[in-house]
Design a protein around this ligand. Sequence first.
Ligand SMILES: O=C(O)CCC(=O)C(=O)O
Ligand SMILES: [Fe+2]
Length: 275
Amino acid sequence: MQLRPLSDHVGTEVTGIAMTDLDDAAFEQLRQLVYDRGMVALRDQTLTPEQHIAFANRWGGIDINNYFPLNGQHPEIAEVRKEADQRVNIGGGWHTDHSYDQIPAMGSILVARELPSSGGDTLFSSMGAAYDALSEGLKATLERLNAVHSADHIYSREGAYAQTDQASVLRGHELKTLAVHPVIIRHPVTGRKLLYVNGAFTLHFEGWTREESQPLLQYLYSLGTREEFQCRLEWRPGTVAIWDNRATWHLAQNDYHGERRVMHRITLTGEPIGR
Ligand SMILES: O=C(O)CCC(=O)C(=O)O
Ligand SMILES: [Fe+2]
């Protein structure tokens, strides 16, 4: 397995291995790499949907996404799709997946199925680096805070996608989600401290109004998207990304209007998170 870091803090490109053919030692090495680097991009894979599912089950388990369109044949696989005539993409703002769940998903495995001729990159940002960059004073304040997360304002009938051309394909408009998580969490495996709020799903600090929360949240969002904490994944046919939702945020660039982009996502079950 050959490794190439995509930036200082997040993302490693892996070549020279096949996901379908890993012995236990190589599988555990890959798992550790995802935890340490936040995102791993495996190049030159040929992964059928069945192999995608088998790999996710080997990792530990699958959380079904309640909102994205499902792939007809495989309910475990959600489709992240933008058609040539659609303007809005899925995941076009900085976020981490499923923070509105009580036990948020560990991560996601995204397989490129149809790519535009150019554009459609995904950016990732390191929440470990964001935490490390906080002052000791703000760290101490944030350590004591929890934040409230929900997906309702994104996916409900009045939500962010409602008036867009993704509305008709998204599901779960009637679902209600609410979860409270510490603002600073410890990675359940590595113990690394991480900033755990995000611009898509975090509503406010627990016990604070939204109005009171906004300025500090906005500060944290701008900190978390500093360019030096980011990497860029340029997809190629055969690229598969595995990312850790606790340790990173991501953003899907929407710069390929007029072309189709189709990705298959499986969401990986997580462990309870805490301080
Ligand atoms: O399409 C992408 O690159 C990522 C979309 C996204 O946010 C996701 O699959 O969770
Ligand atoms: Fe996402």
